[in-house]
Write a protein of this length. Sequence first.
Length: 95
Amino acid sequence: MAGTPEERELARRCAEGDAAAWRTLLERYGGLVAHAVRNTFLRLLKQADPNPVDDAVQSVWFSLCADSCRRLSGFQSKSALSTWLTVISTRRALD
C-alpha cells in the first residue's frame, strides 16, 4: 500500500525540523520501530539483551536525522510510512 498524503506531509515537516511533527512521528511509530528492531534481534540475531536493542532503536532515529534529514526527505510514499520505517529499522538492527 502506498503512503498517504498525510504521511508524506508528516515526513516533509519532520525533515524541515518541525518539533511537533517529530513528536507525532515518535508517538505514532516509536513502538513500531522498537518492535521491528527487537524482533530482528530476537529472530535473526538470537539476542535479547536490551542494551544493543535500545542502541539500534536510537540509531534508526538518528539515521533519519543525519545529513539534514536526507533519508527522511527521501520518503517517496511508494509504500506506507510504517512499512518504510520497518525496513529501515530491520536494516539498522542488522548493521
